[in-house]
Design a protein around this ligand. Structure first.
Ligand SMILES: [Zn+2]
Length: 307
């Protein structure tokens, strides 16, 4: 899992570099309006994103070998990021040469989308929906919340351990393992969907694209290779209901309104046509497993991934 590798790295970084600083604290989150206690400062979030991203890209097939698609995805991501509540983060949008169906954001504004997910889409509004959703996880500081909880839990364990002279190391190790399962909650997913719709609409996209993405993920979940996205971003019916409800109320004026684009033709000519001409993805866990099961090909796929 992408997230398991990353979150373990985060805690190690936080502890090793002492990133929980005096600048962090309780404040109202501009995107969600909620009061949050975040022990990681913005500087710490940026540092974690920067220090994790290269390894993450390397382990996920590397960047897609097509400059035009990369630039196109970056431009759309930047259009959305300008509209969010944290526009000054060092936003970066990377397409991974991986067949898995996933998208992910690191704290500090590093967003990733897989080739496998792009291939399932058919318009730009859907892409804006996914990127907007990932931006939403960053603006709502969902990962920061998890790290804060883990740090508090670790601190409490240390304090109790020191007071009673117990060996607290195993308990800390347990805490690390716990945050390795970074899976966003239903509420966090719904919050990110809502924020994603906010940003995509501000950028001039039809927010119905967000609903289409849910349909794509649902259809793919019934296929032979269920999206990895769903193991880290749960998709209960409540998420779909909420998006439908917002389309019918908050965003009613955007429907059948030519000011809110889907740009299917541009997406097809720049993304789908070019993807179809590229060599197979470098990171392809399904083929990797098949190759490992077949002794004649053993080892031929070993270099590309860690799944
Ligand atoms: Zn999500």
């Amino acid at each position: 899992m992408w997230t398991n590798r990353i979150t373990k790295t985060w805690l190690v970084l936080v502890v090793a570099v002492g990133l929980a600083g005096p600048m962090a604290g309780c404040s109202r989150n501009e995107a969600t309006g909620q009061m949050q206690l975040n022990l990681l400062s913005e500087e710490a979030e940026i540092k974690i994103g920067l220090e994790s991203k290269d390894e993450f890209i390397k382990q996920s097939g590397g960047q897609l070998p097509d400059e035009k698609i990369n630039r196109y995805v970056s431009l759309i991501g930047e259009k959305l990021a300008i509209e969010c509540e944290r526009p000054s983060l060092p936003w970066e949008f990377t397409v991974l040469d991986s067949s898995v169906i996933n998208a992910f954001a690191l704290p500090g504004g590093k967003v990733f989308i897989s080739r496998g997910l792009l291939e399932k889409m058919d318009n730009e509004a859907q892409l804006a929906g996914v990127l907007g959703h990932e931006i939403g996880h960053v603006t709502a500081k969902h990962a920061n919340n998890r790290m804060t909880n883990a740090l508090i839990a670790a601190g409490v364990v240390v304090a109790v351990g020191a007071a009673t002279d117990n060996d607290w190391a195993p308990a800390i190790a347990g805490g690390v393992a716990g945050i390795g399962q970074l899976k966003f909650s239903r509420d966090e997913e719904i919050q990110s969907d809502t924020l994603g719709m906010r940003y995509m609409t501000r950028a001039g996209y039809d927010p119905a694209g967000q609903l289409q993405v849910m349909q794509i993920l649902q259809d793919a979940s019934e296929g032979p290779r269920p999206p990895e996205f769903l193991s880290t971003h749960p998709l209960p019916q409540t998420r779909i209901d909420r998006i439908e409800q917002e389309l019918a109320t908050t965003y009613a004026q955007t429907q059948n309104n030519p000011d809110y684009a889907r740009n299917a033709d541009r997406f097809k000519s720049i993304v789908l046509n070019r993807l179809s001409k590229l060599p197979p993805p470098k990171h392809d866990p399904a083929n990797q497993q098949a190759a490992l099961a077949e002794p004649r090909h053993h080892g031929s796929w070993c270099a590309c991934g860690t799944h």
